[in-house]
Design a protein around this ligand. Structure first.
Ligand SMILES: Cc1cc2nc3c(=O)[nH]c(=O)nc-3n(C[C@H](O)[C@H](O)[C@H](O)COP(=O)(O)OP(=O)(O)OC[C@H]3O[C@@H](n4cnc5c(N)ncnc54)[C@H](O)[C@@H]3O)c2cc1C
Length: 512
């Protein structure tokens, strides 16, 4: 039976493992950490369940189809709860905007804030849908491994004004600065600067409107556990504390991986969910890499990082929404500090997660469970987090106590924080980037890491660093692309003969 290894168990890796099982492979998942899920890990403390990372679940069909692929009913594994409003945005002047899915209510909320922008929003929404119809429906799970695939989409991208940034396109339709922020902050959730990232990412707005925003009962960690149960039930081997340090290549094909503790795993196929910069540069001998030289890898631009403080309170805040965006006094200036100047600004804009508003089991009775997230520069900014962490965390708590969570300082129970070092050392991401390589135009689609390695036969990639990019829908779609480029485990010789003739597929890969 053909042996496949999946290195890393983020959602991209978990989805890849499901798809490889479906293709008939004998699948082993090797995860470096002591828990699976990657950025969707969990911290449990004193009765609180803190999801470490993703909390906004969109496009649920992408999850359901993975369970259905293996003939299971997703409802037997996890439950999704709809969230309303999707987000509450609180501006620096304390005015509020509830971003909801229902169009009539959304229009009412826009009218309350800025009546003159109602028509503009309708036109913006139509534009977002047009972008979605091409950028998501046609391209999200399409392989971008040839220049031709990129050139094919260029005319549509120009027609849809994807040369403009998200912020610039939103500003074309919306005049109120607060609403401009409300409809352009979403790229931050995939690591992009709204004032720079191509407006193709406006598709996120339509994706949320179309399929809603959901929370997993029990937290995102319950979804990760659902995947673990599915994989184990279907015969995959899921190992934690198995950090790969070396990938051995023979005759141009991947042969085996070696872990930090010197365990050896032979394989016919390797799917990496780890950071491709580190995989190519640090795990594969340079003699096997003509395309991904150290020089080209070191030139990649990385997304920003995050500072996240997790805390519990022995006080309830019933007026809070599940997801709140707390915008500070500056938008463009703050984005410049984070992305360009790479300095830790005095002010901040925050995302506050309050899962207990939807699921009381996330905290002990009468308590709230929170995390607050602040986008910060990646580690190319020379911030000394050893000294800044406590000061920055304290500053955020005090600001929230004074402005949004009164009495917080007197009611804190547990609290701790992660900074860019967590992404660098714990999640093994270059420069502590929270979302992998930056989703700029020159690092998107064909220009992102390809799902099939150009250097090593039998080596594949999934996850945030590959097309279409970060975010749970993004990485689940990357595994759909993988599905299209990985051969079936059985009947490989048939695939080999056909594909070698028509596509010139390299021989060693076809011997799986
Ligand atoms: C704080 C935060 C909040 C977010 N919120 C949202 C949200 O609400 N909604 C949303 O859709 N997205 C959100 N995102 C983005 C989303 O979480 C990620 O883009 C996505 O989960 C990344 O998945 P991935 O498949 O790329 O793998 P990752 O989650 O990056 O996992 C990669 C795995 O590979 C492992 N690994 C690395 N090196 C090795 C090695 N050498 N050997 C073995 N294993 C290795 C790592 O330990 C890790 O487990 C958020 C991200 C963060 C950080």
């Amino acid at each position: 039976m053909s042996k496949a290894i999946v290195m890393g168990s983020g959602f991209g890796g978990l989805a890849a493992a499901v798809r490889l099982l479906n293709k008939g492979y004998d699948v082993t998942v090797l995860e470096a950490r002591d828990q699976i899920g990657g950025r969707a890990g969990v911290f449990k403390q004193d009765g609180y369940t803190f999801d470490a990372g993703p909390t906004v679940i969109t496009a649920p069909y992408l999850l359901n189809e993975l369970f259905e692929l293996l003939q299971e009913d997703p409802k037997d594994f996890f439950e999704l709860l709809p969230i309303d409003p999707f987000y509450r945005i609180i501006f620096n002047d304390k005015s509020k905007f509830d971003y909801v899915g229902d169009e009539d209510r959304l229009i009412e909320n826009i009218k309350d804030l800025s009546p003159k922008d109602v028509d503009g929003y309708r036109r913006l929404a139509r534009h977002a849908k047009d972008i979605f119809d091409v950028g998501y429906t046609e391209l999200a799970d399409a392989p971008f491994d040839t220049v031709a695939s990129m050139l094919r989409v260029a005319p549509d991208m120009i027609k849809l004004q994807n040369y403009r940034s998200v912020y610039s396109l939103v500003s074309k339709y919306i005049k109120d600065e607060r609403l401009r922020m409300a409809f352009s902050f979403e790229p931050l959730l995939v690591g992009g600067n709204p004032t720079k990232i191509t407006s193709i990412y406006l598709l996120i707005h339509w994706l949320e409107r179309k399929w809603g925003v959901h929370f997993v009962k029990g937290g995102t960690t319950a979804l990760v556990d659902a995947f673990r149960r599915l994989l184990v039930k279907k015969g995959a081997n899921v190992l934690t504390n198995a950090s790969v340090k070396k990938i051995e290549v023979e005759n141009g094909s991947v042969k085996r991986v070696i872990t930090e503790d010197e365990r050896i795993f032979d394989c016919d196929l390797l799917v990496s969910n780890a950071d491709p910069v580190r995989v190519y540069r640090d795990m594969i001998d340079s003699s096997h890499r003509s395309k991904h030289s150290d020089r080209s890898l070191n030139r990649k631009k990385h997304s920003m990082s995050l500072f996240v403080a997790y805390f519990g309170a022995k006080k309830l805040y019933p007026e809070l929404a599940h997801h709140t965006i707390l915008l500070g006094p500056r938008y463009n200036g703050l984005l410049k500090d984070i992305f360009d100047r790479k300095v830790l600004a005095d002010d901040f804009s925050l995302y506050l997660h309050a899962p207990t508003r939807t699921d009381v089991t996330m905290a002990p009775e009468g308590h709230e469970c929170f995390y607050v997230l602040s986008p910060v520069p990646n580690k190319l900014g020379k911030i000394d987090w050893a000294t800044e962490t406590e000061r920055y965390k304290e500053k955020i708590y005090r600001w929230m106590d004074q402005n949004h969570l009164s009495g917080l300082m007197d009611n804190l129970t547990v609290d701790f924080a992660v900074n860019p070092d967590y992404f660098d050392f714990e999640l093994q991401s270059e420069h502590g980037a929270a979302f992998g390589i930056e989703p700029s135009f020159t690092q998107s689609a064909y220009f992102r890491f390809h799902n099939r390695s150009e250097d090593v036969n039998g080596l594949y990639f999934v996850g945030a660093n590959t097309h279409p990019g970060a975010g749970i829908p993004g990485v689940l779609n990357s595994a759909k692309v993988l599905d299209k480029v990985v051969p079936q485990a059985s009947g490989i010789s048939r695939v080999k003969t056909k594909r070698r003739r028509s596509e010139g597929l390299r021989a060693p890969e076809a011997q799986l």
